[in-house]
Design a protein around this ligand. Structure first.
Ligand code: NAD
Length: 488
């Protein structure tokens, strides 16, 4: 079965590569020419563990190709996945312009039955909207093919010239008989059918996490398929057969429910993170240890230990935008989602509280130099979208602090938006002559720093551990002024 993925970003590239690895023939499409030529020359535009070798393996096997030619890719494929961005509008609602544009492009490229699968995270009702757009643009293009627009203008010009001379065309020297054949051929090619081409829509939200995207795609907790078509459902089950064989649960539902499942999952996880952050902030006030609390909470089978790690607040390309989008969507339905409103504002405050911690130890930040370890929104990714570290750096810059920083993967991306920072080669160069060290991302390599060396290099031994990578007692015994989040 031939598959086409429109949008070759984090989701599209991982989905396309993993489906190719399932044995399917996949074409990944993107409008970004640089991205496609990088992929076609053996490069990979994003960092994800194990992604590069999997791409290489499937290109070599002839199952994975990259192109900017959306029309051709759609024509050749039975199933079209949409994996374009759904960034936030200024009011927090999800912007689905990219989805709508792709739906139009698909409509004008359809040549036979297609299953159109939306993988992007979208407001409830988007599957219906995609269907409406495709129906509308198919009807428009059929009308166009029924009219003279179907006939190339060169043929029409020749025909008009021939009316005045039924013999040989004086200007072109072409026989009118030849022109009639050309005209009927042009009409036949551009009018392949007189009725709209059949298609089905599926909502198939994606739950992969950046930093472990390949693993998550191939070992998902669930596959959600939202469709009203049995034909499309069978095709989707065939695509995901390798996951069915390893007992992955399938949730089969309607498109609206599938769309809301994605938002409900992300909003719930953001709420869980925010909840433990709020408990950590309370611990800071009363001297309790949030790790002990999280451990005890996690031992309760109803709660589970996941997503109970306190820190500078959730970030990344999904949680902030999806919580905002769900809150906004609920408002448009006349529902005030009070819990989510609290989560969103608590998460913004969490960044500010981290800066307060730094100021508590350093006082006026004007002229102080702060070492920041970690720029990515979490470890194992180069993605800095909505990264807590970046937000905190921006707040520190507002207070006139100077920043030296290091991240194993995210420095190139950060340089593009914050060129004035001092970018260092490693952790030790970063801390040299700094007034404090702030650990902002939980990279494994920051867990085993040579602390004696760090202490010697720092101007003053202040360590603010926003990811709680170290034991407070150990750090204090080494002579550090140490503070984590919810434990001192
Ligand atoms: P991304 O920005 O990394 O990639 C989107 C790609 O789509 C870009 O390369 C862009 O050039 C391309 N594109 C846009 N319009 C196009 C068009 N008309 N034709 C061809 N290409 C086009 O986005 P992403 O992070 O992969 O996210 C995609 C969607 O998946 C979003 O809705 C997001 O919320 C959702 N999602 C993301 C993640 C994640 O971890 N990143 C996880 C689950 C779901």
């Amino acid at each position: 079965m031939k598959i086409c993925i429109i949008g070759t970003g984090y989701v599209g590239l991982v989905t396309g590569t993993c489906l190719a690895d399932f044995g399917l023939s996949v074409t990944c499409v993107d409008q970004d020419k640089n991205k496609i030529s990088l992929l076609n020359s053996g490069g990979v535009p994003i960092y994800e563990p194990n992604l590069a070798p999997l791409i290489e393996k499937n290109i070599s096997a002839g199952r994975l190709t990259f192109t900017t030619d959306l029309k051709k890719a759609v024509e050749q494929s039975k199933v079209i996945f949409i994996a374009v961005g759904t960034p936030p509008n200024d009011d927090g609602s999800a912007n689905i312009d990219q989805i709508e544009k792709v739906a139009q492009q698909i409509a004008s490229s359809m040549n036979e039955y297609k299953v159109i699968v939306n993988k992007s995270t979208v407001p409830i009702g988007t599957a219906a909207k995609i269907k409406e757009i495709i129906n509308k643009y198919q009807t428009l293009s059929l009308r166009a093919t029924e009219g003279s627009a179907a006939i190339p203008s060169s043929v029409i010009a020749r025909e008009q010239s021939d009316r005045s001379n039924p013999g040989l065309n004086r200007r072109t020297g072409v026989s009118p008989v030849y022109d009639v054949i050309a005209r009927s051929e042009a009409t036949r090619q551009s009018q392949p059918t007189s009725k709209p081409i059949d298609f089905d829509i599926v909502s198939n939200p994606e739950f992969l996490r950046e930093g472990s995207a390949v693993y998550d795609f191939t070992h998902p907790d669930k596959i959600v398929i939202g469709t009203t078509s049995d034909r499309a459902l069978k095709i989707m089950q065939e695509i995901y057969r390798p996951l069915y064989l390893i007992d992955t649960p399938f949730v089969i539902t309607n498109p609206e429910t599938a769309e809301l499942i994605k938002y409900a999952c992300n909003a719930f996880l953001a709420t869980k993170i925010t909840f433990i952050n709020e408990i950590a902030n309370l611990c800071d006030k009363v001297g309790a240890d949030v790790h002990q609390i999280a451990k005890a909470m996690g031992l309760d089978g109803r709660i589970s230990p996941k997503f109970l790690h306190p820190g500078p607040g959730y970030g990344g390309s999904c949680f902030p935008k999806d919580t905002e989008a769900l809150y906004h969507f609920a408002s448009t339905c006349g529902y005030d989602f009070k819990l989510l409103k609290g989560v969103i504002s608590a998460n913004i405050r969490q960044r500010e509280l981290m800066v307060e911690k730094i100021k508590h130890h350093l006082g006026d930040l004007n002229g102080k130099t702060i070492a920041i370890l970690g720029l990515a929104f979490k470890q194992n990714t180069d993605d800095i979208r909505e990264s807590p570290s970046i937000d905190i750096i921006k707040l520190l810059l507002k207070e006139e602090a100077k920043i030296k920083c290091f991240d194993p993967l995210a420095m190139d991306n950060t340089r593009k938006i914050l060129p004035s920072l001092t970018y260092c080669q490693d952790e030790y160069e970063t801390v040299e002559h700094c007034d404090a060290l702030v650990i902002a991302t939980e990279w494994n390599q920051f867990r085993n720093l040579d602390l004696t060396k760090i202490k010697k290099l720092l101007k003053s031994p202040i360590l603010l551990d926003l990811r709680n990578l170290y034991e407070p007692a150990t750090l204090k015994s080494l002579g550090f002024i140490y503070e984590g989040v919810g434990r001192k």
